[in-house]
Write a protein that binds this ligand. Sequence first.
Ligand SMILES: [Zn+2]
Length: 389
Amino acid sequence: MKRQNSKEISPILTARKAVFIYSAELEKFHYPPEHPFNTIRAKRVREIVSSMGLLKNGRSEVAPVPAERIVLKKFHSARYLHALKTAAKGRWDTEALDMGIGTQDCPVFKGLYEYAVLATGGTLVAAELILSGQAGIAFNPSGGFHHAGPERASGFCYINDVALACTVLAERGKRVLYLDVDVHHGDGVAYAFYDRSDVLTISFHQNPRTLFPGTGFEDEIGTGQGKGYCVNVPLPVGTYDQAYIKAFEAIVLPLTAAYNPDVVVFELGADALAGDPLAHLRLTNNVYAEIINHLLGFNKPILATGGGGYNVDNTVRAWALAWSIFCGADADEHMNQAVGGVLLESTEWQGGLRDRTLAVSQTQRKTVMPAIEVTIDFIKANIFPIHGL
Ligand SMILES: [Zn+2]
């Protein structure tokens, strides 16, 4: 790394280290082969960033430990946890099915409980590293299961690691900004804190009229104490980089500055990228790079997780790029080109970790930008005043 060469590196990166959460133990578990969720993504991200010298011979890598049941119960019911555990052992019944366990989206597979608990443990380890000051940034690419509810498996998610991390951080007195850029509404987290002002949730996602889970409209803004602390930014089909960034800069930058969080929990689902088989946005990973640079500018600890991302090559590259920026190494173009290029192939790719720019059609311009402007205006009118903006 050539940190001294970059003028853009946030002080947090020099003062507090970035920690990558991973263990080969995670590689033992797989969703069924026909399922879109591929647990291999974390392993591949690790291979790339390691080959780029961004794990510093393992010094910045920490292994997850399984989440303790007492912590899981801060969000999930005992009944649900019991059903999940017994289903994974082969004793699955209609009560479990009623809770979403064993559906097409959330199938029962070998090691399901151990995987969910270990992946969640990774996010909780990340939270502890941040709380103890041992990490300024912690990234668990095996986390980000934002759809799971207290008593519900949903959208490939069984245990809501991100809701749990926000809960733990808030319990320890931290003001939490939860930012979710997965293409699907971060419903499990948004509703967990819907009536609270100590966790501000912001979710950017494809318009729920056209995508699972069908929630996350701009007028869902929280209730009671939490009114104005739930922000939803639905995005039209075909949303492209410049339109996305316009919304991000107009909404997230002022709200974050006004809210002044102690820590940012960042769900970095990569299914908003062009070419994702389950969604319909047209982003390149340059958007994620720009968002991360904006977040680093706030100089707050960041707990980042994976999430969706069903074009595996594009997802892996996006997360490797994210890690390189967390490490302050994105500026090193030579390394980026040489190493990233050997390991990855993709139609959206021209070498290195960054996607090439995508052309924007007239139809996209005509349909996307006006809809996004309406959403920005709504949020400015209905949420900004609550934050003194
Ligand atoms: Zn998703």
